[in-house]
Structure formats: C-alpha cells, structure tokens
Design a binder for this molecule. Structure first.
Ligand code: ZN
Ligand code: ZN
Length: 276
C-alpha cells in the first residue's frame, strides 16, 4: 500500500488463544505488524483462555487483553467468581467477550442473562469497557445496557438493524465493524455502516472466524486491512484517515496504557520464538 507509511491500525477484537492459531501465533502477530496492524485487543471466550492471554500480553507489548465469559460456552461455577481477580492480574483493558446469542441451539435466555448481567455490573464497578457479542439479541441487550448508566463499551461484529444501531449509539456504545462488510452481497449492512458516526466505529478481525471476502481461512489480524479499506470507501474518506480515526476511537474507549505501544515488524520478528 503506497503512501501508507506511518499508518497505524487497531484490531479491537481477536481470539488469539483459539486452538486454530496453535503453533502460528508469533507468525500471525508478525504478519499483523507488517500490515501495520500494530495494536491488538485479544479477547477471551472461556476461563481456559485466561492464563494463555496473560502469557501473550507479557511477551507482546502491542497486545492488550480482555477477560470474559462468552454465551456460546458452558462455564464452571467458579469462573464468574474468579473473573475480577483475572481482570486485575492481567491489567485487562476490558471485560469480554460476553453477551447474548439467541441463535438456534444456544443456551436459554435466562441462562445467558445469568452469565451476562454480573459481567456488565463488574465492568461498571471496575470502570472497564465491555465487549459485547450480540446475535438476534440486540434489543434485549440494549434494554439491559439502558439499566446500567455509566457502562461503556462496544457491540462487536455489529450486524443488526439501523434502529438497533441507533439504540446502541444513543447509549454511548461503539460498534465493531468486521469482515461482514467486505462481502459484496451485504448491501443492507454496508448502507448502514456508510452512515455511522465516525467517532463510534472500531475495526476488528474477530479472527480466526469469518475471513474477509476472498481470503482463505483462518482469518487473521493482518486482514483487518480489508475491513479498513471497505469502511473507508463506504464512508468516503481516505484509508489513512479511517485508520487513524478508528485507532483514536479504540484508544479512547480502551485507554492506551504505557505498556502497550506501537510496534514494528522487527520487534515482532524478534519476539517470534517466544509464543507458539
Ligand atoms: Zn462474538
Ligand atoms: Zn469474538
């Protein structure tokens, strides 16, 4: 990409602990740095991910972490109780990934709410943003958020309606934009994303899930360049300006601690032997 020197891109949502990245994490981070994706927020889905994330965070200065309990998984009775301690130990930038998913075959609404609501309250009490997963649940989720004034965060991989987007924006939430917008047939979502306020959008890979249009599996943070390019096109601003805006949005939502800093390819390569 010419003229892109000095561009910095923030991948606000990546599952680096996922087993599909086993043995290739260092290379994945090196490729991200080459693609100027030089800050990543690594999110957890289960308690088993937490120690792994802590190791990644210690070795890679460009990685921030979030600990949470995802609605797709069954969690042990102590996972919720241990969450505050892990958030502190890991100097987490957010609580997540958590949320509600009312797709077929998922846990009951009551069970999911029993898992989510304590995490929302914890985020508010610890003054941390929350990273939310929403599928066929946007209205219920917005209702819960409205009951917790002061809570802030992002609805990641947003794919709801305009009305639902407006609800989350009115609540002060950010919307995470991922690979879905790169698919030419995603007309409705693309039209919605084209008019989102620029100070409320975050870029995300959600890797290793859903790669962008035309890319092979697994998805990885370097591919955020594709999301960035389409987002810039839809919003009719330059790729460089969009990279900077989404960087600033992520930095402002998650805070940018001193330990997390800009990285370059050389540093990532130097660390390449550390994590498998
Ligand atoms: Zn999700
Ligand atoms: Zn996710």
């Amino acid at each position: 990409m010419s003229g892109a020197d000095g561009m910095r891109i923030f991948d606000s949502h990546v599952h680096l602990a996922d087993a599909r990245f086993a043995g290739m994490r260092a290379q994945v981070l090196a490729r991200a740095a080459e693609a100027q994706v030089n800050a990543l927020l690594v999110v957890a889905a289960e308690a088993a991910d937490w120690p792994h994330l802590l190791r990644v965070r210690r070795r890679f200065p460009q990685v921030g972490v979030a600990f949470g309990l995802h609605p797709w998984f069954a969690h042990g009775p102590h996972a919720l109780l241990r969450l505050p301690e892990w958030l502190r130990r890991g100097q987490a930038l957010a609580v997540g990934e958590c949320g509600l998913d009312f797709g077929a075959g998922r846990a009951s609404r009551a069970a999911q709410e029993a898992l989510l609501l304590p995490q929302l309250k914890l985020a508010r009490d610890m003054d941390l943003p929350v990273i939310l997963h929403a599928h066929k649940s946007e209205d219920v989720l917005a209702m819960h958020l409205a009951r917790l004034p002061g809570l802030r965060g992002v609805v990641h991989g947003f794919h709801g309606s305009q009305q639902q987007a407006d609800k989350f924006l009115r609540l002060g939430f950010y919307l995470g934009i991922g690979a879905a917008i790169t698919y030419p047939n995603a007309q409705r979502l693309r039209a919605l994303v084209a008019s989102l306020p620029l100070d409320r959008v975050l870029l995300e890979s959600d890797a290793p899930d859903q790669p962008p249009f035309g890319r092979s599996r697994p998805n990885e943070p370097a591919f955020v360049l594709d999301m960035l390019t389409v987002l810039a096109e839809l919003q009719r601003i330059s790729v460089e300006a969009m990279a900077e805006l989404t960087w600033q949005n992520a930095a402002s939502l998650f805070g940018m601690p001193n330990t997390m800093r800009l990285n370059d390819g050389r540093l990532a390569a130097a660390h390449a032997h550390c994590v498998g």
